[in-house]
Design a protein around this ligand. Structure first.
Ligand SMILES: [Fe+2]
Ligand SMILES: [Fe+2]
Length: 193
């Protein structure tokens, strides 16, 4: 069941990045200057990691296997699939709001803040739904043979951007983000007020 550990670890990494994003927005709300480089780094990581790497593994391998053994979960699986697409739209809204904030200035901050709040809340709830309503059922109901197939697919999963070494590249990107996110969240210098 390596796939379950992979999914849970990926949720934790994503949770840390979403927390950073939300926290940095709340600091701007308290009067700090925005560092747009940090926001672009965080959003680039989320885009590559979540929509191009994490969600396809769930949609293409895990969900179909769970559905086959547990047809009664069809409504939940369909809802989670819809949420993968809806999350992409909410993410695009964050990107657009960031561009407007960066180009037009403080008058656009509240829209950016709202877009980030909506997006992070949505993705937290999505991951929570998977962790509580799908993963425990998968853990109990799938056969060893099915797990072997899913594990093989997960371990061979290739990311379209990073080729056959996606986890190494994501670790590198994650470290870069941590190095530019200000202390105490990351390793970068604290922002000037
Ligand atoms: Fe998902
Ligand atoms: Fe997930």
């Amino acid at each position: 069941m390596k796939s379950l550990t992979i999914i849970r670890n990926e949720h934790r990494s994503l949770g840390a990045v979403l927390f950073c994003l939300k926290h940095l927005v709340s600091e701007i709300n308290q009067g700090k200057h925005p560092d747009f480089r940090v926001f672009h780094g965080l959003l680039m990581y989320i885009d590559r990691f979540l929509d191009r790497y994490h969600h396809p593994k769930e949609s293409n391998y895990l969900f179909p296997a769970v559905l086959e053994s547990n047809p009664e979960l069809a409504p939940v699986i369909e809802e989670l699939g819809r949420q993968h697409r809806e999350g992409e739209q909410l993410f695009i809204r964050v990107l657009k709001a960031l561009s407007a904030f960066e180009y037009c200035g403080p008058s656009q901050f509240s829209e950016f803040q709202q877009a980030v709040t909506d997006y992070t809340t949505f993705e937290y709830e999505h991951a929570h739904k998977e962790e509580t309503e799908v993963l425990p059922v998968a853990e109990k109901s799938l056969s060893i043979e099915t797990w072997e197939k899913i594990d093989t697919a997960f371990l061979n999963h290739q990311d379209p951007l990073f080729g056959d070494k996606p986890s190494g590249e994501f670790n590198k990107l994650y470290k870069e983000i941590v190095s530019i996110v200000p202390a105490p969240l990351g390793l970068g210098d604290a922002w000037e007020s």
